[in-house]
Design a binder for this molecule. Structure first.
Ligand SMILES: Cc1ncc(COP(=O)(O)O)c(C=O)c1O
Length: 389
């Protein structure tokens, strides 16, 4: 039930009246059960209410909630999370700064690139989505979403994504290059190895910081812990969020100790957050990483993705773009996408739109979805496509 006292930033909300959620399913107030194939936009990667995550969050709540702004006190759960994450990372990414959201992680990354290089120029890519605050909006690609909020950050340039020759624009004036290693909101766009390798080399040759935004692609979504691992190219700064918290709101900036230390001088407290690294959120994030390991989740992502792709191969689909369990399904028009997504919802399957790719719809289910749930939900999607296409 919507109330006019609660803000709504769309006139066309998806409109599920949520009662509870469990595993791959969301239940509404009428008792209708929905397959959740979007996982809150790539957040609930272990489904809803994973018992271990819930247990660890409750344990932390019983110990303490917020005690101090980030960085001033030592808190066990933050330390354990940083150690656990560093153990999964290349050696050069050994330091975590915990923030509140994906967009804040990107804001901090832009600041760190400027601080480290003493340059101002940022290069990003057309089609990118990096968040909704001023800095993140400035480096995002969707013009329609930016126009009303100008002036935005100066000295930002957008190059065409996955265009190897366009990278020659990048020179010594650039502080940082930021990209999603697989673009999400642009409709799951996977760049070539050649593009990623050349980008890394140009950044190395010109002492530019390469920032990868893995807020959506990270934490196992594409069949590796991070999408950059598909390309054998390591960023200087990695930003994370969404699934990182196991369902809790948290973002992170991951880089080397050396780079991160620049935030402690000139100026001191170079990035400040009150709630960043909230203990309950860190407990969710730590538990998420532990479950990934214990349950061999990532090892099965690509196989499950393939099964989905095989079962969903309907004649009306123009193209499926996929890595792991990260899907864009392109149809002949945005009107058909509308009908398929609405039709699926009416039949108990939740998929969703992309902001910058209206001819495709989005599927990003929990990574631990079972094969029988994949089969059952694909049957429904195919039936809807039979009806509306
Ligand atoms: C690639 C990417 N970067 C940044 C963000 C912003 O994250 P948040 O909504 O947590 O601020 C998103 C959110 O969808 C995203 O997909």
């Amino acid at each position: 039930m919507y109330t006019s006292y609660l803000a709504n930033t769309t006139k066309f909300p998806f409109g599920i009246d949520v009662d509870r959620a469990d595993g791959t399913f969301i239940f509404d107030k009428n008792g209708t059960k929905y397959f959740d194939l979007i996982a809150g936009i790539a957040v609930s990667n272990l489904g809803h209410q994973h018992p271990y995550i819930i247990k660890q969050i409750k344990k932390q709540i019983d110990k303490h909630l917020h005690v101090m702004v980030f960085g001033e006190y030592s808190q066990d759960v933050q330390n354990k999370l940083a150690i656990e994450l560093a153990g999964l990372m290349p050696d050069s990414l050994d330091c975590l700064y915990v923030v509140n959201s994906g967009t804040e992680a990107n804001e901090a990354a832009l600041k760190l690139a400027k601080r480290a290089t003493k340059r101002t120029r940022i290069v990003s890519f057309k089609g990118a989505y990096h968040g909704s605050t001023h800095g993140s909006l400035s480096i995002s690609g969707n013009e329609e979403k930016k126009g009303s909020f100008r002036p935005l950050l100066p000295d930002v340039f957008h190059l065409p994504f996955n265009d190897v020759d366009a990278l020659d624009f990048i020179d010594k004036n650039v502080a940082g290059v930021i990209l999603e290693p697989i673009q999400g909101d642009a409709g799951v766009r996977i760049p070539s190895r050649e593009f990623m390798t050349k980008l890394r080399k140009i950044c190395d040759d010109n002492c530019i910081l390469l920032i990868m935004d893995e807020i959506q692609t990270g934490m196992g979504r594409t069949g590796k812990l991070f999408a950059f691992q598909h390309f054998d190219v390591v960023p200087d700064i990695l930003t994370i969020g969404k699934a990182f918290g196991g369902g809790m709101p948290i973002g992170g900036l991951v880089t080397s100790q050396k780079l991160m230390s620049l935030f402690n001088n000139n100026p001191t407290l170079g990035h400040i957050t009150t709630f960043g690294g909230h203990p309950a959120c860190c407990a969710g994030a730590l538990a998420y990483l532990e479950v990934l390991k214990q349950e061999n989740i990532i090892e099965n992502v690509e196989t499950k993705g393939k099964l989905f792709e095989e079962l969903i191969a309907h004649r009306s689909i123009v193209e499926i773009r996929r890595k792991g369990l990260f899907f864009a399904i392109e149809m002949k028009s945005k009107e058909i996408v509308q009908k398929v997504v609405e039709g699926c919802k009416d039949r108990g399957v939740l998929s969703f739109w992309f902001l910058s790719c209206p001819e495709s719809f989005r599927i990003a289910p929990p990574l631990n979805i079972s094969n029988s749930e994949i089969k059952e939900s694909c049957k429904i999607i195919n039936k809807v496509m039979d009806e509306v296409c």
